[in-house]
Design a binder for this molecule. Structure first.
Ligand code: NAG
Ligand code: NAG
Ligand code: NAG
Ligand code: NAG
Length: 184
């Protein structure tokens, strides 16, 4: 009888442990989550800065919040590149081929920007594929811009390299969001 009680108690304890996974892993958000997500990033400082940049949302951010924050930062960066591109298009000293490339680049950035709000909306209702499509479109746009001016140290090459880093941060956050089992 004694041992039956022990077995029974053991089972009850076991069920309690299974039903309540370790609370810190289930509820990690905000600063702790950012630290975990960025532990895998090529540049942890940049990753931390980007994901902490939303003063309202970052302190308690979930993985989904972080995905949205990173997309918004990347989109702002793309907009800044667009401003530079427009200025270059008006530069009469540039070769017509380069200007044509810049005009194409401007169109592709505009397309990518117009997809952003759709992407964030899709993320909010847990649709998975659209975010990747936006990132792909944005990266293709930036490549077009980068390629429109030869060389690696012109203003667009430098800025598009920065933009790619930001996209990489979004890509890794979204990968974790789509596959939480891969988390840490
Ligand atoms: C990492 O990011 C920080 C902040 O943006 C920057 O100052 C630093 O130069 C970067 N480090 C590397 C190795 O790119
Ligand atoms: C974070 O969430 C906790 C509990 O949900 C709340 O008490 C706290 O005010 C929140 N902090 C921020 C900065 O929103
Ligand atoms: C774009 O991102 C890069 C970091 O990768 C940063 O150096 C640059 O200042 C950003 N530009 C804007 C306008 O946010
Ligand atoms: C982006 O990530 C890919 C693969 O994860 C890596 O090969 C590439 O160097 C990264 N690019 C930047 C600019 O960080």
């Amino acid at each position: 009888m004694e041992s039956m009680t022990q077995v029974f108690l053991g089972l009850v304890l076991c069920v309690i442990v299974v039903a309540h996974p370790h609370p810190t892993t289930a509820e990690t958000n905000g600063k702790e989550l950012i630290k975990e997500v960025c532990s895998l990033a090529p540049n942890r400082t940049l990753c931390g800065q980007v994901l902490s940049s939303d003063l309202l949302t970052s302190p308690n951010a979930t993985l989904k919040d972080l995905a949205i924050i990173s997309l918004r930062v990347a989109a702002r960066n793309a907009s800044a590149i667009l401003v530079d591109t427009k200025m270059l298009i008006n530069d009469d000293k540039l070769d017509p081929h380069i200007q044509q490339g810049l005009a194409d680049c401007k169109e592709t950035i505009l397309d990518a920007e117009s997809q952003l709000e759709d992407t964030i909306a899709a993320l909010m209702v847990d649709m998975k594929t659209d975010t990747k499509d936006w990132l792909k479109a944005a990266l293709a746009a930036i490549d077009t811009c980068d390629a429109s001016i030869p060389g690696d140290d012109d203003v667009l090459s430098v800025k598009s390299a920065g933009f790619r880093k930001l996209c990489n941060i979004s890509i890794s956050v979204i990968a974790l969001l789509n596959n939480p089992a891969a988390k840490f």
